[in-house]
Ligand binder design. Structure first.
Ligand SMILES: NC(=O)C1=CN([C@@H]2O[C@H](COP(=O)(O)OP(=O)(O)OC[C@H]3O[C@@H](n4cnc5c(N)ncnc54)[C@H](O)[C@@H]3O)[C@@H](O)[C@H]2O)C=CC1
Ligand SMILES: O=C(O)C(=O)[C@H](O)COP(=O)(O)O
Length: 374
């Protein structure tokens, strides 16, 4: 079989070498002709899979995206053309939740604002929102959950309506899919009037899709004197973002919240499993066969360990300020997509095991660190 895979998808050759011949493509510049004679197309979020792209696809049987978001795929077109489709739900949920934790801890440190006692609204309580809520439990925040879709389905007891959540929150973090129409539309969910209604100094985090926040309205509000703390990983119109907004952000990054090594590799594994199901092949490989051992794997905590050590350990694994620095210094020389492609290796909290008898061990486990097995 002929397999066409995005150049930014790790481990494709390792997973798929027995299934077919793998050719790589540049995600934003895939051309219809490249799909001639291709059986399997594996994308990431930057490739728009639509009528134009598939015009010359004469043999295509399977399309997979190694991402959570599927707003770049015309799924009805695939269904009508009898082409199977799979995404990778939850593959990088841990990575995005850890991005938010890193951001909150760095914000608290830089502004001398304790997180304890603050109220955070999580908008969208799916894989990422729920994972984040669970990790946040040890940090002493009041958590408001807003997900009208789950409320209507009866799978979320404690739903708080969006406008009430925004009015009560000190911190608002978005984890919704991009929905362009319908009763639960998320395009410009945070629009000019909702921005205007936020409490002074509200921290806004967006690691979902750029279009969920009206970026121009945000810029306008800040230039008009509204005080807001912005932590933005995703932007409207990537890669050509609204650059004047960058100077007003506390932390900015190039859509990498989900880019841990584990998160990206899980996405590839999930598509490998989907392809095996589709073509009735055995699926025997997992990411643990291929991931390199992290350079730090454990930490021995003493009985004097305290809250500051939680911050130090979280930032030892991942400090959002690394990515903020990269974006600020190199966006204009290298560009958004090159920075994403050259993203330095990032691992998840679980790669570090800590002993279970320190005053902070339980809180670290809550955040996702592993328990040291003696
Ligand atoms: N920045 C990054 O690197 C990444 C961004 N993402 C984005 O995050 C999004 C969420 O990911 P998951 O949690 O895994 O997806 P999910 O599908 O598990 O959860 C999304 C939740 O949002 C809820 N929702 C839908 N419309 C809503 C609305 N109008 N208001 C409030 N809640 C609403 C849904 O009911 C669902 O529970 C993805 O669709 C993707 O666009 C995902 C991974 C990485
Ligand atoms: O999973 C998603 O949805 C994401 O946004 C990815 O983590 C980032 O997308 P890529 O552009 O790296 O595919």
């Amino acid at each position: 079989m002929r397999i066409l895979a995005d150049q930014n998808m790790p481990l494709v050759e390792s997973f798929f070498c027995e299934i077919g011949e793998v050719t790589r493509f540049d995600g934003r510049n895939l051309q219809p002709d490249e799909l001639k004679n291709v059986d399997i197309l594996l994308t990431r979020s930057v490739t728009k899979v639509n009528k134009i792209l598939l015009a010359r696809a004469d043999k295509l049987k399977f399309v997979g995206t190694a991402t959570i978001g599927i707003d770049h795929i015309d799924t009805s077109l695939l269904a009508s053309a009898n082409i199977s489709f799979s995404s990778a739900p939850g593959c990088n949920a841990i990575a995005v939740a850890e991005y938010v934790i890193s951001a909150l801890l760095a914000y608290a440190q830089e502004t001398s604002t304790p997180l304890q006692g603050k109220t955070i609204a999580i908008i969208g309580v799916g894989n990422i929102g729920a994972c984040l809520a669970s990790k946040l439990k040890g940090l002493g925040l009041t958590i408001l959950l807003c997900d009208p879709v789950r409320q209507q389905a009866g799978t979320l007891d404690s739903h708080v309506a969006l406008d009430e959540a925004l009015a009560r929150a000190d911190i608002v973090t978005f984890h919704v899919p991009l929905v362009k129409q319908g009763p639960h539309k998320t395009v410009h969910l945070l629009d000019a009037s909702r921005i205007a209604a936020l409490k002074p100094g509200t921290v806004i985090i967006n690691a979902s899709r750029g279009d969920v926040i009206d970026n121009q309205a945000l810029l306008h509000a800040i230039e008009g004197g509204q005080t807001l703390e912005l932590i933005l990983d995703v932007w409207e119109n990537e890669p050509n973002i609204l650059q004047p907004l960058l100077q007003y952000t506390r932390f900015a990054s190039v859509h990498i919240a989900g880019h841990t090594l584990e998160g990206k590799a899980r996405g590839t594994q999930m598509l490998y499993e989907a392809v095996c199901r589709e073509f009735d092949l055995p699926a025997s490989k997992t990411i643990s066969d291929f991931l390199p051992k992290p350079s730090v794997t454990g930490c021995q905590l003493q009985s004097t360990a305290n809250e500051q050590d939680i911050v130090n350990l979280a930032h030892l694994v991942y400090d959002i300020r690394r990515d903020d620095g990269i974006m600020r210094k190199q966006l204009n020389t290298l560009g958004f997509d090159t920075l994403r492609k050259a993203y330095p290796v990032r691992r998840e909290f679980s790669t570090i095991a800590v002993n279970n008898d320190s005053p902070i061990s339980e809180k670290l486990y809550q955040l996702g660190f592993s328990e040291h097995k003696s």
